[in-house]
Design a protein around this ligand. Structure first.
Ligand SMILES: NC(=O)c1ccc[n+]([C@@H]2O[C@H](COP(=O)([O-])OP(=O)(O)OC[C@H]3O[C@@H](n4cnc5c(N)ncnc54)[C@H](OP(=O)(O)O)[C@@H]3O)[C@@H](O)[C@H]2O)c1
Length: 262
């Protein structure tokens, strides 16, 4: 099966994994709807996609705005693939996670993803099946952090765990009406989000490599698209160990910095 989908919508397309996914999806005959907040970076990504032959429509939009998201997605026309990729990372620094950071992480990573996925499912349910026999595919970008309760990033780990569980559970029922849901769980990817991490990031990969793995996993129809395998195995092992032991081991690492100063 071809890795290319004809009508694609991606949130968080102005940077990192989302931008790489947009470019890897671009080609003649492809229509791309690209969401993000930074108009300049979004326009550059759209221009690169056009140079690869795609029709690219950037939309400056905040995923936390439910009604704007519903209007954008509902008005996009046919959608073969929707990727809820927009997300923020926040850590505790050397203190506790701030209330503002906890709220921003959940509102962006979880509510923002629902604001993307629910209107997308409604569009797909009303359209005929495509070349691959499905009405459409929805992918949520979770993380390997979904499998660990890292003390230095409580809201991030929890938001990604909720996304992963929700997408995998909902795939079972949406399949019956011809729609697939996929949970994407990457390890460390070199993007502006991870540039602030003050700790070693094993098996760090480029956004381009991550995008290829995601598109290959979608084409193969995998419900959980998880990579790289050695880090996944370590995350599952850490998830199975007593939490006290995991917390003591993680105390040796420098903490992830907060999202907001102060
Ligand atoms: N990098 C990693 O190692 C890694 C690993 C696992 C999972 N992930 C996940 O992958 C996704 C992409 O992250 P990345 O590493 O590519 O980070 P990134 O380069 O910082 O990109 C994040 C994207 O999300 C968008 N975004 C953030 N808040 C938004 C909001 N409220 N409304 C609309 N767009 C918003 C940003 O748009 P603007 O810049 O235009 O605001 C940007 O395009 C995230 O969900 C992240 O949690 C990343």
């Amino acid at each position: 099966m071809s890795r290319r989908f004809a009508h694609v919508l991606i949130t968080g397309a102005s940077s990192g994994i989302g931008a790489a996914l947009a470019q890897a999806s671009a080609g003649p005959g492809v229509v791309l709807h690209l969401g993000g907040r930074d108009a300049g970076r979004l326009a550059s990504v759209a221009e690169r996609c056009r140079s690869l032959g795609a029709a690219a429509y950037p939309a400056r939009i905040d995923v936390r705005d439910a009604s704007a998201m519903a209007e954008w997605i509902g008005g996009a026309g046919r959608l073969d693939l929707v990727v809820a990729n927009a997300g923020v990372g926040a850590g505790t620094g050397h203190g506790c996670e701030s209330p503002a950071d906890a709220r921003t992480v959940f509102e962006t990573n979880l509510t923002g993803a629902l604001n993307t996925v629910l209107p997308a499912i409604a569009v797909m349910a009303a359209q005929p099946p495509g070349r691959d026999g499905w009405r459409g595919r929805v992918a949520v970008v979770s993380s390997l952090a979904a499998f660990i309760a890292a003390p230095s990033a409580p809201a991030y780990c929890a938001s990604k765990a909720a996304l992963q569980r929700w997408a995998e559970a909902r795939d079972a029922t949406e399949r019956r009406r011809g729609i697939r849901l996929h949970a994407i769980c990457p390890g460390f990817v070199r993007t502006p989000m991870t540039a602030r991490n003050p700790f070693p990031m094993p098996w760090l990969m480029t956004p381009e490599e991550a995008a290829q793995r995601i598109l290959a996993g979608l084409a193969a129809g995998r419900r959980r698209i998880v990579f790289p395998w050695p880090l996944y195995a370590l995350a599952r092992l850490a998830g199975a160990l007593p939490q006290g032991l995991v917390h003591r081991l993680m105390e040796w690492l420098p903490p992830k910095p907060p999202l907001h100063a102060g």
